[in-house]
Design a protein. Structure first.
Length: 127
């Protein structure tokens, strides 16, 4: 193992976030510092991709602001992320859904994956 990975394992502080993937709708509670004031801004959108591993892992979230698509890349190791809420599981067949950038209106919707509760565990339904 190289020295960088050893240092990441020793000193990396890993927060616990819900398991999400591309196509899921999440709300990221992000701390914004303005002068000496601090507030939390909620950024809700669809996860386009997860990239990297370990301390350098990032995820991209896309939301519509008016008629303009806005994307933001969040690092998992950022101290400014307060929490991540998983709103909906999306049903997509790719790990990176960049094709969503070219779609507008009803075409840009992602079908929701229905989940059912079985023996205290969440399991996807069979179709």
């Amino acid at each position: 193992m190289d020295l960088i990975k050893v240092a990441e394992n020793q000193f990396g502080i890993r927060k616990e976030y819900p398991a999400f993937k591309a196509g899921d709708t999440v709300t990221v509670h992000y701390k914004i510092v303005e002068g000496n004031k601090e507030r939390i801004q909620q950024y809700r959108g669809v996860v386009l991709q997860r990239h990297g591993a370990g301390a350098t892992e990032t995820f991209t979230v896309r939301k519509m602001s008016g008629n303009v698509g806005v994307e933001r890349i969040f690092p998992f190791a950022s101290p400014f992320i307060d929490k991540i809420e998983l709103n909906k599981h999306g049903r997509v067949r790719r790990a990176k859904i960049f094709y969503l950038r070219g779609l507008t209106g009803k075409k840009a919707r992602i079908q929701e994956k229905r989940m059912k509760l079985v023996e205290e565990a969440i399991v996807p339904e069979k179709e």
